[in-house]
Design a protein around this ligand. Structure first.
Ligand SMILES: Nc1nc2c([nH]c(=O)n2[C@H]2C[C@H](O)[C@@H](COP(=O)(O)OP(=O)(O)OP(=O)(O)O)O2)c(=O)[nH]1
Length: 143
């Protein structure tokens, strides 16, 4: 794996949290061949040159899961330095989409109430507690 220098320009990544009416969220497992294969993450991927973050989000969901995102709200941003890359993650929450998730890249995925899949990508770990807090505020019951 190549090392990214800490000062290397950050790579923008669009990440989507699909949230069902009961608060369950969709996670995917990184397929073989990607850095951190086998780790769980929220679906998404790198923003391409000239593309808006929201367009990247919509494209990644079509490519990875065959899902059309109809609307999504920006939720939070996290910057993280991995050995392979310096990433700036833009997390969105979507409650409006068309289609059922399909494993188009051979990846596993799972709907989760309180997220219990492991291991999670390091930069995604704090999101789980923030999501639990959000779910409490929205009065979803935890399972
Ligand atoms: N999708 C996603 N990426 C995350 C999360 N947390 C986290 O640190 N990342 C990092 C891992 C990667 O370094 C980067 C996403 O890049 P990627 O390699 O998966 O993107 P991509 O799908 O565009 O990949 P590729 O076309 O280059 O194969 O963001 C997360 O929850 N979801």
């Amino acid at each position: 794996m190549t090392q990214a220098s800490p000062n290397h320009a950050a790579i923008d990544v669009a990440v989507g949290i699909l949230m069902q009416p009961n608060g369950d969220v969709l996670l995917g497992q990184r397929p073989t061949g990607k850095p951190y294969a086998g780790y769980w993450e929220f679906p998404g991927g790198k923003v391409e040159l000239g593309e808006s973050i929201f367009d990247a989000l919509k494209r990644e969901f079509v490519e990875e899961l065959g899902i059309e995102i109809l609307s999504a709200e920006p939720w939070c941003g996290v910057q993280h330095q991995y050995p392979h890359a310096n990433v700036r993650l833009h997390f969105f929450i979507s409650r409006e989409w068309h289609g059922e998730p399909q494993s188009l890249e051979g990846q596993a995925f799972a709907w989760q109430g309180s997220v219990r899949v492991e291991p999670l990508l390091e930069a995604t770990i704090p999101l789980i507690a923030w999501l639990d807090q959000l779910r409490d505020e929205l009065r979803f019951t935890s399972n």
